[in-house]
Design a protein around this ligand. Sequence first.
Ligand code: NAP
Ligand code: FE
Length: 369
Amino acid sequence: MDRLHYHLPTEVFAGPGCVREKASAWCLGRKALIVTGAMSAQRSGALEDVRVALMTQNVPYAHFDGVGENPDVEQVYAGVAVAEQEGADFIVAVGGGSPMDAAKSIAWVVGAKIPRARFFTDKPQRDDCVLPIIAVPLTCGTGSEVTPYSIITNHEIRSKANISGPGFFPRVALLDARYLESLPKHVLCDTALDALSHAIEGVYSPKCDALAEAMGLEAIRILVPEMVRLAHDNFVNLAEVQYASMLAGMVIAQTGTGLVHAMGYPLTYYRHLPHGRANGILLAGYLDFMNAPCPQLTERILGAMAFKDSCDLQGLVDTLLDVAGCDRAAPSEEELVQFMREPLRLEVVRRYRAMPSPEEVMDIYRTGF
Ligand code: NAP
Ligand code: FE
């Protein structure tokens, strides 16, 4: 067997009712800070389950509901203020990627006492005392419940920064697919596209080994038929999508993401496209680009999708974006030049299997719109 490395310190429980049933396994401190967005935690029913679980364990809690989409550092420090004022010693993140990622940064800033001015320059260290994080995902895309990444908008670079560290893996992830029933359809489309891009970028990553590839291809095999059903308004098995999203998260926890995410961040920053949608738009062009250096991997990815070529993938993405009501006005040449600069600057893109030229990056953007 070739070289292999797999690290996942997150204990995963999945199934209906797991938040209440497993309360004794995840109440990891004396006082919890529950971190959520404005509405999803209530709407999904997850917040009530978390509260009941904490009460049954006699653990008091405070609630910070100030996380918006694509959270920035101000939201992180607003949460830090509540955590410190309340004396919370563990964090329960209940939400999509935005609340889960903000919660990770809050846990680090509180634990390692990181001043605001050093937030984007300090790197989380192995011995930083990051507060324990429990993750209850309410979307099915980011896989943040099983990754060591916290993606925070950095207005200074007009993009997103990936803060990551060993303590950012949640200690426990609790997956109950009933919470996905309240997801608006467009968020379901967007987040499924995010999960698919994690799986595809993970398989193409130079860090992908046999285990990560097996998990990535399995995630693709599960996701694509569910996404086809979603595109045609048929019944979608949310538990399957949630499982595949977690698998894809386990893959990028080992491999990291790549060109698609790097190119998606400017689309989110400048075009305000939701994260998964921004990735989805780029997927077919990315597959074409990667086909030259990695034809066998492309064949295996297409095989897992049961697609003949990247046009089939583009067709699925197009239908999902229509369902999500996506505005796809083509970017101007000036915008393309602006978008292209950020990904080419990133180390992760330079270390990839094939370093794209500025023209190739712009072509991938053009293919998507
Ligand atoms: P999100 O930004 O967390 O949520 C999107 C919207 O959906 C929000 O309005 C949210 O409402 C709503 N929503 C979420 N769950 C819902 C539910 N069950 N019922 C009803 N409404 C619900 O979306 P996301 O795509 O999961 O997260 C995107 C973020 O994750 C981006 O910042 C991205 O960069 C990051 N990301 C992180 C990783 C990682 O490994 N850490 C990987 C990929 C992406 P509320 O505002 O009320 O919550
Ligand atoms: Fe993502």
